[in-house]
Ligand binder design. Structure first.
Ligand SMILES: CC(C)(COP(=O)(O)OP(=O)(O)OC[C@H]1O[C@@H](n2cnc3c(N)ncnc32)[C@H](O)[C@@H]1OP(=O)(O)O)[C@@H](O)C(=O)NCCC(=O)NCCS
Length: 158
């Protein structure tokens, strides 16, 4: 029987050696990706950076700043070849749990208003829409709004 990706993968801290693949996934996933330098600095500045991986193969990553009293998710990306396998959800689960464990009361993130998959996922996790940043993101032909989401962290529910 062939194992599912979600059964094989583990979530672990991102290392410098992972950056090569992370940069490729980032560039393949966005019209306006984070630069190699920004991703490297996330590690250098001790942001909370996790990868979903099987040995050295990276499926996705989540970069956040987990702190007290609030945490922020900054980047959640899964390689397009492995989407819809629950990897994004598992990265979110880990970050919500870690944030709650250190006593974070609330977690914020934002997404493009046209990002249907991300909006679906954040609604599924009961994030609440708390604001709009008008014209926040560049698009190929202009700008688009960001939706700001927030989730109150209650350890008994995450
Ligand atoms: C958003 C993203 C991280 C989700 O990762 P993932 O590993 O596919 O997530 P999961 O498999 O855990 O969940 C995806 C869910 O979205 C649903 N979905 C897929 N395409 C969808 C669409 N077009 N509209 C609505 N929902 C959709 C899936 O059915 C699944 O829901 P289910 O588990 O209830 O069946 C991934 O799509 C991605 O990397 N996108 C590009 C980068 C990006 O936009 N990141 C978010 C920036 S805020």
């Amino acid at each position: 029987m062939i194992a599912k990706v979600s059964e094989l993968m583990e979530i672990r801290e991102m290392s410098k050696e992972d950056l090569f693949q992370v940069n490729i996934i980032e560039k393949n996933s966005y019209d306006f990706p984070w630069s190699d330098k920004v991703l490297e600095e996330c590690l250098e500045y001790n942001y909370d950076c996790y990868v979903a991986a099987h040995e050295n193969l990276i499926f996705g990553y989540l970069i956040s700043k987990i702190s007290f009293p609030e945490s922020h998710i900054l980047n959640l990306t899964v390689d397009s070849n492995y989407r819809n396998n629950g990897i994004g959800s598992q990265l979110l689960d880990l970050t919500l749990s870690k944030s709650g464990l250190i006593g974070s009361k609330v977690i914020f993130l934002e997404t493009r208003k046209t990002n249907d998959t991300a909006i679906y996922l954040y609604n599924k996790y009961e994030f609440k829409k708390v604001g709009i940043r008008p014209n926040y993101y560049k698009t190929k032909d202009g700008k688009e709004d960001a939706i700001v989401y927030c989730k109150r962290l209650d350890l008994s529910r995450t």
